[in-house]
Design a protein around this ligand. Sequence first.
Ligand SMILES: CC(=O)N[C@@H]1[C@@H](OP(=O)(O)OP(=O)(O)OC[C@H]2O[C@@H](n3ccc(=O)[nH]c3=O)[C@H](O)[C@@H]2O)O[C@H](CO)[C@@H](O)[C@@H]1O
Length: 393
Amino acid sequence: MAIFIRLRPFCVARTPSAGNLDIHSQEGARLLSIMAVIGTRPEAVKMAPVLAALERRGARTFVLATGQHADLLPQTVECLDLRIDERLHQADLPHLLAPLQRAIRLHRPAMVVVQGDTRSAFAGAAAAFLENVLVAHVEAGLRTGTPFDPFPEELLRRGIARFAGIHLTPTEASKQALLREGVGGRVEVVGNSVIDALEQVLAKERRRRTPLRRSPSSRPRILVTAHRRENEGRRLKEIVAAAAKLASEGCAVTLFRHPRLSNLSWFERCARPAKVSAPVPHDRFVSQLACADLVVTDSGGVQEEAAYLGRRMLVVRERTERPECLSPGERVLVPPNKDFICQRAADLMGRHGPVSRSSALGTGTSGSRIAEILIGELEKAGNLSAGSELICR
Ligand SMILES: CC(=O)N[C@@H]1[C@@H](OP(=O)(O)OP(=O)(O)OC[C@H]2O[C@@H](n3ccc(=O)[nH]c3=O)[C@H](O)[C@@H]2O)O[C@H](CO)[C@@H](O)[C@@H]1O
């Protein structure tokens, strides 16, 4: 059921009880504004389906980008048809709070939505909380249970849970983690919108009649990404050395460079003969992922995508907050050590037969579910009074 909010022409409604809702109407049509704060590539990927679903249901959205992944965001935003309404050019936590609070005071959203566990998400949630605006947290409840791993994300997401009034969790396990922590507000299992974004790429490929298909090659394809802060230094060198060794043994290895690593001059040298690729738009990355015989990664989003696409995978981390992406003999954790990685890679690639696909994170309807919940909450809070009329179709 699509929900439209119709207002009296040219009215500006402010509900005293909510105190934070501005509804402007130019054409006598609905308008309810929900501000999304994003900073990084994965936030753009996972927020795009949520924003699209909100717009489809008649909510007006406003997207504020911090400067966290200023260099990566343009290619991601373009590929996902995401609109950025305002940019802040700030990336550091201490410098983010004041401009975010100013933007919230200026635009008076009814709600601020943040995603995941980045500094931008934390600052967005904190700023909204301080401005007394309801916070919704997408991808809530992921936990390793170890405060410093991943660092600083585990503590950032625990902090965001304290500011949020609506927690949208990908799985029942993440919901239970939040309930154990005693968070307040509403907690709902909605799947992960990364699957919506992935399904959109797959659908586009189907429409173009160019199904994701391997070009013929007898060499096993290995896709590698590594950028986590806890893997920086010696561990990253081990991962790159493993990529080089697998390439020297005849595999077609591509290492996707993350901008965090752009200053590491040793990177390309140590990776040889593996190929090093600059970051590519999301659809191109997914095409390559879908054709990989093995994925080696420490990324959160890539773990989710590889599991959904049914790829074999080595997660080069000590622990993961996404156990649902693992599957014995197919997708496993491996310590970031060259010998372990090469051994486990040979083991997984030596297995034949189909690889299971995980739908533990949903099947691509997470954005719609989230939009339904968020709009429902604003209605419940009485934010649609003061001259607004709800029309349900
Ligand atoms: C502790 C932790 O795990 N935190 C995570 C972290 O994000 P991450 O580890 O997932 O970050 P990346 O690996 O940078 O992004 C991955 C995405 O990028 C796409 N991609 C990749 C290469 C390329 O060339 N082109 C692309 O388009 C790819 O398909 C995928 O969708 O923050 C997120 C936001 O809060 C959290 O959700 C998430 O928990």
